[in-house]
Design a protein around this ligand. Structure first.
Ligand code: FA5
Length: 352
């Protein structure tokens, strides 16, 4: 072996053995394999050698380079492992068999009430659907009989994306997709459409004790032959008596929504003040909870369903307000506050 090559090999091995850090490793790599490194330098002056000598020296240099590359890689791995072990050694000891220092968490009241409603409706043959939070203008408004510039949009200003999509203001935004999804089963096989779809809604709202800019609703629809307001009232009553498990006063009054005809507002007597009036019910004693009505023929038509043959009802339950009433939360903003002190007090017997 060429003397310079064997001296370089020796020098490299000595320096490698002394290395402690990644930084030193990089330094040695540059000083041997870098553009102006020792190995490149060793090849200088090769021009004066015979062809035979050049070939031998080139071969030995390449072997040295490979040896250095492999040795650096192995050292890198060894240093990494040492570092990992050092970090593990620094971790505090803990006993995995000890009981937890904090109490187990609990479900959010809105989740509890949502799951409870889902259980009730599932038991009555409804499917539970999931739907996007970002929707199109068609889904949120036009397919619901709310054309562009209709005054009904004023009550539901929302957050718009640059591509024209928007954060949905109401779970009704999923109605059209649900009709299209299940209409064949309805028309061909006579299977009624019975679906609920809970979801988060967004509105550009001035917040107060009963209004949030981000809140949950749960939409429900049922479409079949001969569906009437009596069916609607039956399902609303069953849901409320199952959720509250006590007698509560409700009232049904006319309400306008372009996608139902007739439309109703279903209010419940405020459970925070017992009906005498407080900030939670805007001092009226009643809380708007679940607007509903018979699906407008035009909305059914846009969903591919013939309104001459089929009728249906729809409702839009305010899940966040339901959670307020069920758990006695006087201010809706507490529910989005993330305050563990407030939220950890809610548990329920619902199977979640
Ligand atoms: C609607 O959103 C209709 N899509 C409901 C509907 C569905 C009507 C199907 C007919 C048929 P409204 O804007 O009133 O309607 O909201 C419905 C419920 O959501 C309200 O009664 C209330 O309980 C809840 N809600 C509305 N806005 C807020 C808000 N800013 N904060 C908290 N809850 C709200």
């Amino acid at each position: 072996m060429n003397e310079r090559i064997s001296a370089l090999r020796e020098q490299f091995e000595k320096r490698l053995a002394a290395i402690q850090s990644l930084q030193e490793l990089e330094e040695i790599r540059v000083s041997f394999l870098g553009k102006k490194g020792l190995v490149t330098e060793a090849l200088k002056g090769m021009g004066a050698l015979s062809d035979e000598m050049k070939r031998t020296l080139g071969k030995e240099t390449n072997e040295l380079k490979s040896m250095i590359t492999v040795a650096l890689g192995e050292k890198l791995e060894a240093i990494r492992q040492l570092e990992e072990q050092r970090q593990i050694d620094q971790m505090p000891d803990f006993d995995v068999s000890l009981p937890p220092a904090v109490e187990a968490g609990s479900y959010h009241p809105i989740t509890l009430v949502q799951r409870q409603c889902e259980q009730v409706f599932r038991s009555m043959g409804f499917t539970v659907e999931d739907y996007s939070e970002v929707v199109t203008d068609w889904e949120c408004f036009e397919s619901l009989n709310i054309p562009k510039f209709h005054p009904a949009r004023d009550m539901q200003d929302t957050y718009y994306l640059e591509n024209g999509q928007l954060l949905k203001t109401q779970t009704s935004a999923a109605q059209n997709a649900i009709y299209l999804k299940y209409r064949d089963a309805l028309v061909k096989d006579g299977v009624p459409i019975k679906a609920i779809f809970p979801g988060r809604c967004f509105r550009n709202e001035a917040t107060d004790a009963c209004h949030e800019n981000t809140f949950f609703q749960m939409e429900g629809v049922m479409v079949d032959r001969n569906i009437s307001i009596s069916n609607l009232i039956y399902f609303m009553k069953t849901m409320l008596s199952e959720v509250f498990r006590k007698d509560i006063r409700v009232r049904l009054r006319p309400g306008f929504f372009p996608f139902v005809e007739p439309g109703f507002e279903l209010d419940i007597s405020c459970l925070i003040c017992g009906g005498s009036g407080c900030a939670s019910c805007k001092h009226s004693g009643w809380l708007e909870l679940c607007p509903c009505g018979m699906i407008h023929p035009e909305v059914l038509r846009m969903g591919g369903i013939d309104p001459e043959e089929y009728t249906g009802f729809a409702f839009g339950l305010g899940l966040t307000r339901l959670a307020m009433m069920k758990y006695g939360v006087a201010d809706i903003r507490d529910l989005n506050s993330g305050s563990l002190v407030r939220l950890s007090q809610f548990v329920d017997d619902v199977q979640v």
